[in-house]
Write a protein that binds this ligand. Structure first.
Ligand code: SF4
Length: 348
């Protein structure tokens, strides 16, 4: 069992891919050599895809190009030095890796876990593995869902049962962290050719216009952001940082935003920042929650007691003082106390 060169192009973060690059004898100076501009083209394409649509496509036409461009992208990002851009790129690559792994052969997930990360992972049966608890705990705390807490897992002799999808999530989270940390390292000062500097400037401009679009979308519509309860604010912050969100967190955020007057399109757009964003699926789910599909029932935001059970409640003084029992009550009271009116959708 081994990883083919095509696998290295899909998973260019793995140890075998790094060894392959060393065997090519490629140096950093060559990245900026005009003879190799095709590599930089693909690097910029990867980063632009992450900025514009939150996605990086896997291309298996020129395998070396895929392996090299993935590993050079963090160098360009560290030259740019914008952590928000680095995180957006890291999340987009992590999504790509997750989508590839969850439909790939089991042995590849095990090989990558063991050879590249030194995780202790055992194959149990198709689609099922065990990972040693210390390795599970390296990245599982990033996921807030109930089922990612170690106390809620089946653990035998220190080994935690995980499905293929869950192992793929752990691997992709590890990849996200590695890309972000490499992209955030300060670069030794190097003089770049003017054409490369121009491209970096172009990328900066694209990202800052993207940021302006997101910011202006956040304040439009009848919703009053400053009245949002702390639980929803925390979910929003996590989403915008590209953190992985468990089902309950997504459901809570979507129901709150829809009931506070945001449109389906606005909510779908906001979820593009999510670690495992899938536009078709997100739209379907948001339309379902908005009552446009299925039973045609518009769902309410879960009550505070439910959010407490799921570890999603972070009360502030206002919650305590007003004995708030529902996030929408918090919102309505805050809007009222600020002299505003609640959007027409605020019906919880
Ligand atoms: S008490 Fe309710 S409104 Fe306040 S943070 Fe907790 S869940 Fe949100």
């Amino acid at each position: 069992m081994y990883l083919s060169r095509e696998d290295l192009a899909k998973y260019p973060f793995c140890r075998e891919a790094k060894e392959y690059i060393s065997s090519l004898g490629f140096t950093i100076d060559e990245v900026f050599n005009p003879d190799f501009s095709i590599i930089l083209d693909r690097v910029f394409e990867r980063i632009e895809g992450a900025v514009r649509i939150g996605r990086v496509e896997t291309r298996l036409i020129d395998l070396d190009l895929e392996i090299l461009s993935f590993n050079i992208a963090p160098i360009i990002l560290s030259i740019i030095g914008d952590n928000a851009l680095s995180m957006r790129y890291a999340v987009a690559e992590a999504k790509r890796v997750y989508e590839e792994l969850r439909v790939d052969d089991d042995y590849k997930l095990q090989l990558i876990s063991v050879n590249s990360f030194n995780w202790r992972v055992r194959f149990l049966r198709p689609g099922a593995f065990q990972i040693f608890f210390a390795d599970f705990l390296q990245f599982s705390p990033a996921f807030e869902a109930f089922n990612w807490k170690l106390v809620n897992r089946s653990v035998i002799g220190g080994w935690v049962y995980v499905s293929r999808g869950e192992l793929a999530r752990l691997i992709s989270e590890r990849v996200k962290n590695e890309i972000f940390s490499k992209s955030s390292q300060p670069m030794p000062s190097i003089t770049l050719p003017s054409n490369v500097m121009d491209r970096i400037e172009g990328l900066r401009k694209i990202f800052s216009s993207y940021r302006r679009v997101v910011e202006s979308e956040e304040v439009k519509g009848p919703m009053i952001e400053s009245a949002m309860p702390p639980c929803i604010r925390s979910l929003m912050n996590g989403l915008l940082k590209g953190e992985s969100m468990p089902h309950m967190a997504r459901f809570t955020l979507a129901t709150f935003l829809l009931n506070a007057g945001r449109s389906v399109d606005d909510v779908v757009k906001l979820f593009t920042a999510s670690a495992d964003y899938d536009e078709k699926m997100t739209r379907y789910q948001v339309e379902h929650i908005a009552g446009l599909r299925g039973s045609r029932t518009k769902y309410s935001t879960p009550k505070c007691s439910t959010l407490k059970t799921f570890g999603l409640c972070f009360p502030d003084d206002f919650c305590v003082l007003k004995k708030v029992k529902h996030p929408m009550t918090y919102y309505k009271l805050k809007v009222k106390s600020s002299g505003g009116g609640v959007g027409k959708g605020g019906s919880n």
